[in-house]
Structure formats: structure tokens, C-alpha cells
Design a protein. Structure first.
Length: 125
């Protein structure tokens, strides 16, 4: 089962990503805990791509058996790095959150064009 959406550039993009994840979770009958975590991680990846990437930004949601895979793709070739923000820094923790809560995650440079995909996977029970 797949769902894909192109996100607008701007603050509404992360909101649209969360709504797409919520719709997919309802359709796929994902449990509340998995859905809540996936919504947080989708928001982090979408926000990062919109702020630091290059449009267009695309969100792909896939459920294969018990494995949820979320991919956020943009046109910038610059791969993200996990930050080390200080305690007073407002942002910079998005990938740390993904790293902590996802079963696995990673980045992949596009083989056919400029751009990259940042992804995570979670297991549904």
C-alpha cells in the first residue's frame, strides 16, 4: 500500500505531510502509538526538507506487511547531518529524534538527478 504527495514550499507543507500520514494510518489501521510517533517523525523530515532542501519536496508512505516506510525527497544534493545542538539552541534536533524513535533510518542520494531521499522505517505490531 502506497501513498505519495508533493508538499508545498512553506510552513503548510509539514501540516499537509502530517495529514497525509494520519489518513494513511487510518486507512491502514495502524495503532495509535505507531501513528503518533510516525506523525512526529514525518513532521521532522518534511520540515527539514522544506527548510533546508530544494523544491519540489515529495512524501512517500509505504506499508509492506508490518513495515511502515516513510520517504521525503527533495532536489538538493546536500545530505543532512545529525546535529549536536547545545541546550539553549532552539532547533537542530530533528534527525536526533528520528534516530531515537525509528527502527532504522538513512539518506540516499538520487541516482538519476540532483536530489536525495531521507527515510525511516517503523514496525507495526
Amino acid at each position: 500500500m502506497d501513498e505519495e504527495v508533493t508538499l508545498p514550499n512553506g510552513p503548510e507543507g509539514a501540516s499537509i505531510a502530517r495529514r497525509a500520514m494520519a489518513r494513511a494510518a487510518e486507512l491502514w489501521l495502524l495503532d495509535k502509538e505507531l501513528t503518533d510517533t510516525a506523525l512526529l517523525l514525518v513532521s521532522e523530515l518534511a520540515t527539514n526538507a522544506i527548510r533546508h532542501g530544494t523544491p519540489p519536496v515529495r512524501l512517500a508512505l509505504r506499508l509492506n506487511g508490518d513495515r511502515l516506510r516513510v520517504e521525503v525527497t527533495d532536489s538538493s544534493p546536500v545530505l543532512p547531518e545529525v546535529g549536536s545542538p547545545g541546550p539553549d539552541q532552539v532547533g537542530g534536533r530533528g534527525l536526533q529524534i528520528v534516530q531515537q524513535l525509528a527502527a532504522c533510518w538513512g539518506t540516499q542520494a538520487s541516482r538519476t538527478a540532483l536530489g536525495k531521499t531521507v527515510w525511516f522505517e517503523m514496525l507495526s505490531h
